[in-house]
Design a protein around this ligand. Structure first.
Ligand code: G3H
Ligand code: 13P
Ligand code: ZN
Length: 312
């Protein structure tokens, strides 16, 4: 199967009561860990790269890693998506180089400006057979080098979504209902509650429209502990409860973004292996374990959170 857009994936996910995982990729082992899990479970999957990931790995390398994954996973649909596109030029560059989906993130701009830039990206993308995600509302946390403090995050205003979708022609919409970026989302002992009332209001106004959740890592303690037991110093924190993500996936949420959990898994694999074998200096020794942990986490998400197994 060639790279696909998310159109069919989202249609099936919307009506099937599940979501497709969008996992961030930065290197070969991460691409392999994610797609091996998806292939084994016959699950559709979205690989996504941020501007930072493209800068780190070089766009050509990332794209060809993804093509290699498509070749080795013939049974599942795979989409390649730009995560948090900062401007038209970055979106255009991704569209021109083979991405099947882009996000234009102008959510920190005033409403009218967000509409204007999103519309421009949609026009270019649709003319090239590519789909577009945009965002209304802002999440707390860290994206690339941009830090949004907890108090400055803003839930999506449901009264804005219809006008935004109509005027831009966007294909999916990321909304802010209490998720947040990064591994330090909430203090231990607090009870994060996603705003399902906001989601329901959005769905009333935009029926059958694919909704996206960013910042959906759950910060698995098992991997945090592996890191801290082997020389790490991560601050105690909790993520988004997986049962709430599962509930969102059963509703209109068709795409759930996960990056931090993979970072934790990868780092846990490296630290644990090097701590156990201090004389090891073959990167394959520790990257192999890191890749396996990425695969384990994606397997867990597909089965327990997304419900996308067997839906390829
Ligand atoms: O939401 C942002 C993603 O976790 C990507 O992070 O921009 O550091 O690659 P990055
Ligand atoms: P996390 O930091 O919760 O993994 O969110 C990732 C994300 O939203 C990528 O766009
Ligand atoms: Zn995000």
């Amino acid at each position: 199967m060639a790279l696909v857009t998310t159109t069919e994936m989202f249609k099936k996910a919307y009506h099937g009561g599940y979501a497709v995982g969008a996992f961030n990729v930065n290197n070969m082992e991460i691409v392999q860990g994610i797609t091996e899990a998806a292939q084994e479970l016959k699950s559709p999957v979205i690989l996504q790269a941020s501007a930072g990931a493209r800068k780190y790995a070089k766009p050509e390398y990332l794209m060809h890693l993804v093509y290699a994954a498509v070749e080795t996973c013939p049974d599942i649909p795979i989409a390649m998506h730009l995560d948090h596109g900062p401007d038209f030029e970055t979106c255009k560059s991704c569209i021109d180089s083979g991405f099947t989906s882009v996000m234009i993130d102008a959510s920190s701009k005033p409403f009218e400006e967000n509409i204007e830039i999103t519309k421009k990206v949609v026009e270019y993308a649709h003319a090239h057979g590519v789909v577009v995600e945009a965002e209304l509302g802002t999440l707390a946390g860290v994206e690339d080098d941009v830090v949004v403090a907890e108090g400055s995050s803003q839930f999506t205003r449901p009264e804005e979504v219809e006008e935004f979708a109509d005027k831009t022609g966007v294909d999916s919409l990321a909304i802010a209902i209490g998720t947040s970026h990064g591994a330090y989302k909430f203090k231990p002992g607090t009870k994060p509650e996603l705003r399902f009332d906001v989601l329901e209001e959005v769905v009333k106004r935009l029926p059958e429209f694919p909704i996206v959740l960013h910042g959906s890592s759950s910060v698995p303690q098992e991997y945090v502990q592996k890191i801290n037991a082997n020389g790490g110093a991560l601050v105690d924190a909790i993520g988004i409860p997986e049962d709430q993500l599962r509930r969102a996936a059963e509703l209109a949420v068709c795409k759930i973004n996960i990056d931090s959990d993979l970072r934790l898994g990868f780092t846990a694999g490296v630290r644990e292996t090097l701590a156990a074998q201090p004389d090891l200096f073959d990167p394959r020794g520790y990257c192999k374990v890191a890749r396996q942990y990425v695969k384990d986490i994606v397997t867990h998400k597909i089965v327990n959170v997304l419900g996308s197994d067997g839906k390829a």
